[in-house]
Design a protein around this ligand. Structure first.
Ligand SMILES: Cc1cc2nc3c(=O)[nH]c(=O)nc-3n(C[C@H](O)[C@H](O)[C@H](O)COP(=O)(O)OP(=O)(O)OC[C@H]3O[C@@H](n4cnc5c(N)ncnc54)[C@H](O)[C@@H]3O)c2cc1C
Length: 497
C-alpha cells in the first residue's frame, strides 16, 4: 500500500487525504493546530465555492432541496465554464496560469459533487427569494455561480474531518512540520514534525502533499514580500499559515511562481483582534462597500466603491485601506441601505466598531473621537458626493446599474445614492489579509515542478501553497474550489493511480 503524508488539514489537504484514501493509500495528515482548535483558513472561511454549471437545476446534484422557482431566475440560470474563466481572467489581468485555471473551472462541478457525495459536505444555495419574489444572491451586489457549505467554514471543516477520519485517514493534531527531506534510495519523503510537548518525530511516506497554506500569518515574511506596512495588517484566519510548506518546497528546488508581492486582503472590522477567532469565524467582513462611501482619517474618499460587483473588488480593497492614514477607513451608510448589508454587519459584537447617529454632524463628532482629522472635510466630502450623484439613473443593487457620480475624484461608478436619510452609520475597517498569492508551480496533477518545469518526484502542492492562480485581485469563492479540484487530483496521483 502506498503511504501518503499530507501537511495541513484545511480544505485542500483534507480533499487530498480523502481522495488518496479512496484510491487505496495509507494517509497521515500532520496538522499544526491542536485538535478542536481548528487552525485552518478553511475553518474561518465563509464556505462559498464558485462553480460552473450549464443549468441552474444541475446544482440539485450538489444541493439538497434546491429552490428553482422565482422571478429573476434568468440572471442565475447558468454560470458557464466560459463565464467562470472570463471573470477569473479579468480580475487577474489575464496574468493567471490559464491552463491551470481552466482545469480548475472545467472540473469544478465534478469536484464539488464528489465533495458532497464522498466528503459529506452539505451544500446550500446562496440564492434567496427577496421580498419582491426575485431570485438573487444572498449577498446583494455579488456575482457568479456558487454553492455554499452549510454552516460556512465550520460546516465544511467538520464534514471533511468526519469523512476523512471515517475513511481511515490518520490526522495528527499538534504536529507542526518543521522540515522535509528526500528519501534517497527508496524514493518518497521524510517529514520532521514538532509535537505540542516539544518532542520531535519523523513520518516517512512514498509521496508528500503540501497543503499548509501561504505565508500571510508571518509578519516578517509579509513585510519582505508584500512590502512596507504589511506587518500592520490583521490576519483574518489561521495563525499557523506562516509559509513553512512553501519554504520546504523552495528549498527542494521548486519553482516560485505567481504574484509574490500580492495577496487577498479585505475591509475588516477593527473590532476583530489580530487573527482569526474560532468563536467569531468570518463575522468581521465588511463587504457592502458598494452601497455606501468609504472615507479615510482625513475625511476624504479614496476609491471607487462601485467599480464592480463586490465579489470582484472586496479582495483588493484591503490593500488600499492599508495605505490610508492609520490604516483605517470608515464605511458610511444612511438608512436606505441596511437591508442591503451582508449579515456580518448585523452581528452584535461589542468590539465591532459600529457607530450610529441621527445626523451627519453627530456622526462626524463620533468619528473625530475615533481619529478623524477634520469634521469639516468629512462633511464636505459627503456633501460633494451627494451633489454629484446622477439622479436620472435608477438604483438597482442586483445589476451594475451605472448609477454614478460625476466630477468627483474618484467618482463612484455604480450604486451611488445620496447619503441623506438618518440614522447614519459608520463601520470602522482596516486591512484584513486573507492569503498570499505567491506559491510554487504545479501542473494539472498538482505535481510540484522544478525550475526547469520537471516534476519533483512524489511531491505535490495544493490550496494556497499553489502559485500562479491569482494576481492583483481575486473572484470570490475560487480558493475553496481550486483546493478541492487540485486536492482531489493530488490525492489520486499520490496514491499511485
Ligand atoms: C475569513 C475568511 C473567509 C474566507 N471565505 C472564503 C470563501 O467563502 N470562499 C473561498 O473560496 N475562500 C474563502 N477564503 C479563503 C479560503 O479559506 C482559502 O483559500 C482556503 O481555505 C485555503 O485552503 P488550504 O487548505 O490551502 O489552507 P488552510 O485551510 O489554511 O489549511 C492549511 C492548514 O495547514 C496547517 N499548517 C500550516 N503550517 C503547518 C505546518 N508547518 N505543519 C502542519 N500544519 C501546518 C494550518 O494549521 C492549516 O490547518 C476565506 C478565508 C478567510 C480567512
Amino acid at each position: 500500500m502506498t503511504d501518503v503524508v499530507i501537511i495541513g488539514a484545511g480544505n485542500a489537504g483534507l480533499s487530498a487525504a480523502l481522495s488518496a484514501r479512496e484510491n487505496g493509500a495509507n494517509v497521515d495528515v500532520l496538522e499544526a493546530a491542536e485538535e478542536g482548535a481548528y487552525g485552518s483558513d478553511s475553518f474561518f472561511s465563509g464556505g462559498l465555492f464558485r462553480v460552473a454549471y450549464d443549468k441552474f437545476a444541475d446544482l440539485s446534484a450538489l444541493v439538497d432541496d434546491l429552490n428553482i422557482a422565482g422571478e429573476g431566475m434568468e440572471e442565475v440560470a447558468q454560470y458557464t465554464e466560459g463565464d467562470f474563466l472570463d471573470d477569473w481572467g479579468r480580475v487577474t489581468g489575464y496574468r493567471f496560469d490559464a491552463e491551470l485555471a481552466e482545469h480548475v473551472v472545467s472540473n469544478s462541478f465534478e469536484a464539488l459533487k464528489w465533495l458532497h457525495e464522498v466528503g459529506g459536505v452539505p451544500f446550500i444555495s446562496p440564492l434567496i427569494v427577496d421580498e419582491n419574489g426575485h431570485v438573487r444572491h444572498s449577498r446583494p451586489g455579488w456575482h457568479g455561480g456558487f454553492v455554499e457549505a452549510s454552516g460556512a467554514g465550520v460546516g465544511l471543516t467538520t464534514a471533511l474531518l468526519n469523512s476523512t477520519t471515517a475513511a481511515g485517514v490518520e490526522i495528527r493534531y499538534g504536529w507542526e512540520a518543521i522540515g522535509v527531506r528526500r528519501r534517497v534510495e527508496e524514493g518518497g519523503w521524510v517529514v520532521t514534525a514538532r509535537r505540542q510537548d516539544g518532542s520531535e518525530a519523523e513520518v516517512a511516506a512514498d509521496a508528500l502533499i503540501v497543503a499548509s497554506g501561504g505565508f500571510q500569518a508571518d509578519p516578517e515574511w509579509r513585510t519582505r514580500d508584500l512590502g512596507v506596512g504589511w506587518d500592520l495588517a490583521k490576519v483574518r484566519g489561521s495563525v499557523h499559515n506562516t509559509g513553512a510548506g512553501l519554504r520546504f518546497m523552495l528549498d527542494q528546488g521548486a519553482k516560485a511562481v505567481g504574484n509574490w508581492s500580492g495577496c487577498h486582503a479585505v475591509a475588516w472590522s477593527t473590532g476583530s483582534g489580530d487573527a482569526g477567532r474560532p468563536d467569531a469565524n468570518h463575522v468581521f467582513e465588511r463587504e457592502s462597500h458598494p452601497f455606501g462611501i468609504s472615507v479615510n482619517a482625513k475625511g476624504e474618499r479614496f476609491l471607487d466603491e462601485g467599480e464592480d460587483f463586490g465579489a470582484y473588488t472586496y479582495a483588493k480593497y484591503g490593500k488600499v485601506i492599508l495605505t490610508q492614514p492609520n490604516q483605517v477607513a470608515w464605511q458610511i451608510f444612511d438608512d436606505k441601505t441596511p437591508s442591503l448589508w451582508t449579515d456580518e454587519y448585523r452581528y452584535k459584537n461589542p468590539e465591532a466598531a459600529r457607530m450610529q447617529a441621527d445626523s451627519l454632524e453627530q456622526l462626524a463628532d463620533r468619528l473625530v473621537q475615533r481619529g478623524l482629522a477634520s469634521k469639516e472635510v468629512f462633511l464636505k466630502t459627503v456633501n460633494d458626493y451627494n451633489d454629484a450623484v446622477d439622479e436620472s439613473i435608477e438604483f438597482n443593487p442586483y445589476v451594475k446599474d451605472g448609477k454614478r457620480t460625476n466630477g468627483l475624484t474618484p467618482d463612484k461608478t455604480n450604486w451611488s445614492q445620496r447619503i441623506d436619510k438618518g440614522p447614519f452609520y459608520a463601520f470602522e475597517v482596516t486591512c484584513g489579509i486573507t492569503f498570499t498569492f505567491g506559491g510554487v508551480k504545479v501542473d494539472k496533477g498538482a505535481r510540484v515542478l522544478d525550475r526547469t518545469d520537471r516534476p519533483i518526484p512524489d511531491l505535490y502542492a495544493v490550496g494556497e501553497a499553489v502559485g500562479g492562480l491569482y494576481y492583483f485581485n481575486y473572484a470570490s469563492g475560487t480558493g475553496l474550489t481550486a483546493g478541492a479540484v487540485l486536492g482531489r487530483e493530488a490525492g489520486r496521483l499520490a496514491a499511485g493511480e
